[in-house]
Structures are given as C-alpha cells and as structure tokens.
Design a protein around this ligand. Sequence first.
Ligand SMILES: Cc1ncc(C[n+]2csc(CCOP(=O)(O)OP(=O)(O)O)c2C)c(N)n1
Length: 639
Amino acid sequence: MTLLECITGPEDLRGLSQDQLTRLAAEIRDLLIETTTRTSGHLGPNLGVVELTIAIHRVFDSPRDKIVFDTGHQAYVHKLLTGRVAEFGTLRQRGGLTGYPSRAESEHDLVENSHASTSLSYADGLAKAYKLRGEPDRTVVAVIGDGALTGGMAWEALNNIAAAKDSRLVMIVNDNGWSYQPTIGGLAEHLSAIRVSQRYEHVLDYIKTTLSRAPLVGGPLYGTLHGIKKGIKDVLQPQVMFEDLGLKYVGPIDGHDERLVETALRRARDFGGPVLVHVITRKGLGYPEAEQNTVDCLHQVPAAGAAPGTWSRVFGDEMVAIGARRPDVVAITAAMLYPTGLAQFAQVYPDRAYDVGIAEQHAVTSAAGLAMAGLHPVVAIYSTFLNRAFDQTLMDVALHKLPVTLVLDRAGVTGPDGASHHGMWDGSIMQLVPGMKIAAPRDAKRVAELLNEAVEVSDGPTVVRFPKGKVGGEVEAVAKLGGMDVLRVPGDGLGADVLLAGAGPMALTGLEVADRLAGHGIGVTVVDPRWTKPVDEALVEAARQHRLVVTVEDNGRAGGFGDAVARLLRDHDVDVPVKTFGLPQEFLAHGTRDEVLDEAGLTPQHLARQITEAVALRSSGDVRETATLRAEGARRRLD
Ligand SMILES: Cc1ncc(C[n+]2csc(CCOP(=O)(O)OP(=O)(O)O)c2C)c(N)n1
C-alpha cells in the first residue's frame, strides 16, 4: 500500500515526517501523470501545486476553514488529499470524478464554477460572513494563479479585501508565470517562455540562498520577507502593486519547499487579517514533457491546441487568409491563443493580434475601441466565457453599432469539463442583443464562408459559433431559400410533412433524421439557416407549406434559435405547430460530447422518434379535425 493510499483526509497528513511528505509528493505526481495521460485532464497546473496543496491541508483545518481554488483546474491534488484516491482513475469520465471541485463529491469542495478570477470575491464574502456570524476562528483561503489574477474581478475583490482589515483571509498567489501561455505581456511575447523560465529559476535560486541565511522564524513578523521582497522587486513586479493596495504581503516563497510554504502559511493564518502569500512554483514540475513544453507546460492533456481537422483550426486558417486581404482585421484572445486557433494569425501578423489575459470583458470593450477607430476586431473566445462579457457586447459594442465579430469556439456541449464549460448559453443571450447577427456554420466550408460574411458586416456586431472537436463531412446545398441553404427536399412519393431547420452542425443531424423519417413515410425538407439571427423571413412561407416545423440546435432551448423561429411564425400568424429541440435548460454533467447529446435527446435516433410521434399526433388531429368538420356539416344540413 502506498503512502497516498493511506491518506483518507487532511488529518492523516499532520503526523507525517518531512521525508514521508517528500515521498507522498512523488507518489501524487506519479498518479497525476498516470491518470491524466489516460483520462485527459489538467496535468501541468496540478504537478505545480503538489507541495503547496500538502502545506495548505497541513496548516488549515478544512472543511471548517474554507479553501477556494480559483478556476478549480488545479484541485486534483486537493481531491487526492481529501479521500478520493480510489476513484481518481474515473476522472472526467461519465459518472466519475469531475475535473473541478464538486460539492457532491466532498465536503472539502466549495466552488465548482471553473470560470477564472472569482476566488477572491468568494473568499471576501465568506470571510465577512464568518465575522458577522460570530465565528472568528475560521480562516478562508483562496488559491489563485497569476493567470487568474489578470481577470478584472480579482482586482475588484482585492480592492475590497484590502479595506476589510479584520477578515481572516489568506490569499495564496500561485505564480508560475503561465496562464495557458506565459502570463506576462501580450502575444508578441509568447515566444519568451525560455526567458520567463530563466527568470523564475533566478528567483528560486535567490530565495533559496537568501532564506538559508535569514530563516523565516524569529524577527519581526513580516520584516524578513519584506526585506527579501524589496531586494528582488525589479525581478518580480506584483508585490509592489499589492503593497500599494495596502495588503499585507508575504513572499515570494519557493512553492516546492513544503516546509517553507507551511511556515509562511502558519504566519499568514495567525495574522488575523487579510494576507497575500506569494508562492513561486513551476508548472509541470516532475514531468519533463510538461516542464519543457514551451507552448503551455501541458496545461491540459491532450493539448487544447487547434489540432488539424478541428473547427478551431479551420477558423484559424481562414483568419490567416482574411488577414492577408484585410489589413483592418485584428484578432483578440483572452489568454487562449492556441486553444482558439489564433496562434497562426499571431505568428503571421504579430502587430494585429492581442492577448489581453483572462479578461473577456476588457477584450470585448477593447474591441469596441478598435472598431471605433476603423478596424474590424475578431474576438475569439470560448462560448461559455462570453457570458462574462454580455453587458460589454450589449452596451459597448451593439449600442454603438460597432463592427466586432465574436468567434465562439466550444459552443454547445463540450464534454468532460462539465456543467460550467458547456457553451449552451450564447445562442440565447446573443438573441437578445439588438442588431446582432449570429452565424452557425454546419461544416468547414461554411466556417470560412460565414466568417468572411461576418467580417464584411460594417454596421454592427456579429457572432460565429461552432462546437468543440473535429469538423464533420461537407454537405452542399441543393437549393436556396432566401439566404438559407436547402439540404434536402422530400423524396419521391413523400409529402411536405416536416420543415426541419438545423442550426450549425445540427443541420447534418437533420439529414440523418430525414433519412430515418423517410423510412416511416414522412417527407422532410431540411434547411440550414446559416444565420440564426435574424431568422430568415423566407421561413414563413416555407412553414405554411408544411404540416410541422422542427428546429434543432446545440444550445439551451430557452430563448435560442428555436424560440426565435416560433416567434417569427407567431408574428406572421402561421398556425403550423413548431417543435423546438435543444439542450434542456439545466447544468449538464460531464461526459463525452456524444454521451451528453444522447442524454439530451439530440441524436438522430431520439429526434426521429419524437418527430414521428409529433407527426402522428398531428395526423390524428387532422382526423379529429375532419370528423369535427363532418359533424358540423351534418348539423348544418339538419338545421
Ligand atoms: C473566465 C475564464 N476564461 C478563460 C478560462 C480558461 N482557462 C482555464 S485555466 C486558464 C489559465 C489559468 O492560469 P493560472 O490562473 O495562472 O493557473 P495555472 O494553470 O497557471 O496554474 C485559463 C485561461 C477560464 N477558466 N475562465
């Protein structure tokens, strides 16, 4: 039995010797590597916080003390130290452990949102609440990376925390110099990984030698650390800013020296007010493939980069082509240069690409500024993170009718990252924005086509949304209906029973549905709307020629494309019934994309069954209608 297997909770850590802790750290690293390379997951970030998390659980008394992990992707070590070693092999699998903290899994887990930069606000509230409730012995701990610290929310929280002088709050800044890519600087510096790592090596050496001469124990509480900090202030900038905010600052501490981290955390805990502990770690430590990976230190395995054949890659390639023709087109990413497929554009046009950090709100309003000055910005963002920037899209961009294109990757079901990562909201919230146009390409050719159409729009914002993963086969239109593509008309001998409008790749699902329904004698016209907002008015007449209208979208059902179609038909007094298929308006659990779509009933098989039932109901309704008419006729004759 390994040492790790004996750890059933944080209390088991307390009696371990320094040697045992070193052994434990090695066992944790082995398990992290073995598991995530098999299941997928966040490897680099977790390898970097092994000693830090051990120290946290030895110093603080979770769950009485509250530990909030910012973003939560670095909480695997925490999972292992809080009784989940046996289940760890099920990480990110349907029904298995989630990839982020999960309150259903453990009383030690608190925040499961996975959207970055929120931990300090949660911690501020928790600490204030414990004070108000008269529980002053509880400490709240927030663990936040230097990447997450680039988000505006974190600074709003710091501003408040600095003023809450008696909040028992320990903020641990886990500074590894990396977000997905190096945190500091913009896109032009993305090649500076080597320089950055050298810088940290330099700091670590400096701390080691200095601390061996000036041990943490004894002396004024913060004096020693303060001195060290001042000594290297030209190497590391953040502490200057923290100090200016009036926050107590401890550090920088070598985050891989467990004993040093513990000492700093104990002092911070006992201070009785908000303290910021600055810990320097190395992302991917203990796994050369991660440590030496110059793209993202294996932030995630498999890498989240835009692999050949993915939607992100097709988008990225087209951006390079557009960039050549259109010098006014610029690109913005919020710390996701590689995953969104923008890396190539940044390489070819380094002056026209901006990495703004984990700052989606700033990204969108900065895009508004770029557009006001005559450029056409393309903001590439994961669909789920656009939620952050709704007001910016509405008021800063749309109200001013500015030509900004938002390219939403990972729209719809994403899979193993679970509830907080499914991009199932944008198709609804963007429907609310006046003047917004939303494109949903069905295949690679349409990504290029619609992206080009989007950047041609000069009088307002546009969205291009597509899902995660590989693009499917290409399907050409057989006809046009207004601006929409007709992909299939009812086969010989079949009536115009169903008009099926499938948004994005759901148009291809619609073709499979049509095949199945044809087998039941039901004729289906399949259209790809291409633009899901505004809904093409040609749908009105087309609907009148069918007995049932069906919409299918990979987005929450409430307020999405389907509802927009239903509203259009109502407004035109079309009395053909409309069935809208989409994701249930719930927080959907993790699983593969196919598993989640299957559970949501968005597979050809489920859809065909439900549509067949609806058509059958409609037919029996026709029979009832006919019977009622006959009865009425008979009554009239009698009169
Ligand atoms: C609002 C938001 N935008 C983007 C992301 C995607 N994301 C996940 S982790 C990460 C980098 C985090 O860097 P850091 O906080 O320094 O932690 P590290 O991985 O380096 O330990 C990013 C950009 C996110 N989770 N939330």
